[in-house]
Design a protein. Structure first.
Length: 186
């Protein structure tokens, strides 16, 4: 079996099996054994995430949604209206203009939300890289399969040509005999 894998590596990659990277060896192994190589990378990746990572992804997803933007705008507008118009008339505003407490809360939110979003983006980049590597493996195996099919079709065509030539030769021989017999009778 190793000899066959070496032959495939030499034929397809012009190198020995031992010199190929592990990914290509894995693809050749799957090709040789006719095993599927495709799998659901999203499910596989998502099941490996910890609770904190899933929570960070959900926070990042919510923080970049229109729901968050609209809710945040409503909270900010409510804060400003409450402290500028409603409580200011009673002289009871807890955060009068220039809204220093609101700025503090916004800064704290940004300081917490930014690292969470960066962590989520880092995980998404890792997931994208894993999916790209898997896509490469699937494409490489598909290419090997297609090349193998081309070889089989070429072999079939060659054998059919040989059969056709043999059949034509037999017909020529038969025609030659018929012509000789007609000459001899005539």
């Amino acid at each position: 079996m190793k000899n066959h894998l070496d032959r495939i590596a030499q034929q397809r990659f012009n190198t020995n099996l031992d010199e190929l990277p592990e990914r290509e060896k894995k693809v050749i192994q799957h090709y040789q054994e006719r095993l599927p190589i495709s799998k659901d990378m999203t499910h596989e990746y998502d099941t490996s995430l910890t609770f904190g990572q899933r929570l960070a992804d959900k926070v990042a997803s919510f923080g970049g949604s229109w729901t968050f933007i609209i809710l945040f705008f409503i909270v900010l507008l409510s804060w400003v209206i409450l402290n500028t118009f409603i409580l200011a008339r009673r002289n009871a505003a807890f955060d009068p203009y220039p809204f220093i407490l609101l700025n503090l809360f916004l800064s704290m939110l940004a300081s917490i939300q930014a690292p969470v979003i960066l962590m989520s983006q880092g995980r998404q980049a890792l997931k994208d890289r894993l999916e790209a590597e898997h896509d490469y493996e699937v494409n490489l195996k598909a290419e090997l399969e297609i090349l193998g099919l081309h070889e089989k079709i070429d072999e079939l065509r060659e054998s059919k040509w040989e059969e056709l030539i043999a059949l034509q030769q037999e017909q020529i021989n038969m025609l030659t005999k018929v012509l000789e017999q007609a000459k001899n009778k005539g």
